[in-house]
Design a protein around this ligand. Structure first.
Ligand code: HMG
Length: 390
């Protein structure tokens, strides 16, 4: 049975910071951020967006009535969860009006969460071929003002419908995973910002890639020439390139050029959004599919997922004949074009605006937020979400 990605949606908040201006304000050369890190714009979540609303907005653009009926499993990958008990998936299930006879759960392993969700979805479809699974990857990456991680922040979500006979990409059966207990990046439960050993995390990301790629080649006999492109988890767009470069000498110049060219295309959306943790790899895939007009059906795409702590995986997908007809390229173009730039001082003020943590209630003004689904406040310890269309 063919199982894979039937639909893919994306949402990022309407605010962004220009990385050139952030660099000037931080006293570094703009090229450090735009070339050394490889980021042009950083998406910024207003207080009225959290991981739940970002995910629900991403799913809203792809679901039709049939999906709402057939989805019987919602799996939400995130490391920006809003509750230690209730899953973000249950909130999204309610906000989207999905079939009540569904299972809804949250999964966590840093940026790897959405990949774990996809693999769980594949298993579910194999057992229940008529059902559909909604997979969500949604996060807000926060390191703090004036930190070395600041240039790698971002916010956004990707939503995917996983089903049999998918219309976009079939996920192939072979994959290689790797786990190692390391402290490269983590966020203790008492902190709203991540702790990171930046250099170590870069090294581990590359090491994990080299290990899973080597094991994958041994397992399958496939080589770089068998791939049209490889998409990477992108904490910042230079990161995947560093990993790709370490294996390019395995192949011919033609294949090297193809992989490097497609890498650039697969990083365009991420370059303008920043790190969205769990959704990042799938945003890169979306960038490749929507911006490369020469990709042929049948093309095999490699996917490298990495979640600090750490778990890595290399797996693959093959494009379906009419995949292009099932993308929302124009809607995403409008989403990017409709965003509003904020100054560095406005960004700093928005960044520091946080929800109360002492149990008090708050009402938020959602009139300035163009998103359909917003967080309108907290009342008696309970988050108040609003779907403006319902
Ligand atoms: P830093 O210390 O600010 O930057 O930290 P740097 O000094 O390493 O410089 C960065 C690059 O800019 C270097 O290039 C410089 O040479 C270059 P490289 O040598 O690395 O290729 N540079 C310039 N280039 C052009 N013109 C200039 C210029 N100046 C310097 N004028 C770091 C950077 C990424 C470490 C930091 O931002 C950080 O800690 N970020 C967060 C951690 C992270 O993103 N790690 C990535 C791997 S771990 C991962 O992917 C998982 C994660 O997503 C979390 C999860 O799983 O949940 C993070």
């Amino acid at each position: 049975m063919k199982i894979g990605i039937d639909k893919i949606g994306f949402y990022t908040p309407h605010l962004y910071v220009d990385m050139n201006k952030l660099a000037v304000s931080r006293g570094v050369e703009p090229e450090k951020f735009t070339i050394g890190i490889g980021q042009d714009r950083m998406a910024l979540a207003p207080i009225t967006q959290d991981s739940v609303t970002l995910a629900a907005n991403a799913a809203l653009e792809i679901l039709d009535e049939e999906d709402r009926e057939k989805i019987d499993y919602v799996i939400f990958g995130t490391e920006s969860g809003v509750d230690n008990s209730k899953s973000a998936a249950v909130y999204v299930h309610g906000l989207l009006g999905l079939n009540p006879y569904a299972r809804s759960v949250e999964v966590k392993q840093a940026c790897f969460g959405a990949t774990a969700a996809i693999q769980m979805a594949k298993g579910h479809i194999a057992l229940h071929p008529e059902s559909k699974v909604l997979v969500l990857g949604s996060d807000i990456a926060r390191y703090g003002l004036n930190t070395s991680g600041e240039s790698t922040q971002g916010a956004g979500a990707v939503a995917m419908v996983i089903s049999k006979d998918p219309r976009i990409m079939v996920l192939e059966e072979q994959e290689v995973c790797l786990t190692d207990d390391i402290m490269d990046f983590w966020r203790p439960v008492y902190s709203d910002k991540a702790y990171v050993d930046g250099k170590f995390s870069n090294e581990q990301y590359i090491l994990f890639f080299q290990k899973v790629w080597k094991a994958y080649k041994e397992k399958t006999g496939l080589q770089l020439k068998d791939f049209e492109a490889i998409c990477y988890h992108l904490p910042y767009t230079k990161m995947g390139l560093k990993a790709l470069r370490t294996v390019l000498d395995e192949t011919t110049e033609n294949v090297q050029e193809r992989l490097k060219g497609n890498y650039q295309i697969s990083t365009q959306y991420n370059r303008n959004v920043g790190n969205i943790y769990t959704g990042s790899l799938y945003l890169s895939l979306l960038s490749l599919l929507e911006l490369n007009e020469d990709l042929s059906p049948g093309a095999r795409i490699g996917l490298y997922s990495y979640g600090s702590g750490a778990v890595g995986e290399f797996f693959t997908g093959v494009l379906e004949p009419d995949y292009r007809d099932h993308l929302n390229t124009e809607a995403h173009k409008q989403l990017f074009e409709g965003r509003k730039e904020v100054t560095v001082s406005e960004y700093e003020a928005i960044f520091q605006e946080v929800l109360p943590t002492d149990g008090s209630s708050v009402e938020l003004d959602i009139t300035e937020d163009p998103a359909t689904i917003c967080l309108a406040g907290i009342k008696e310890h309970s988050r108040q979400y609003v779907n403006k269309n319902r």
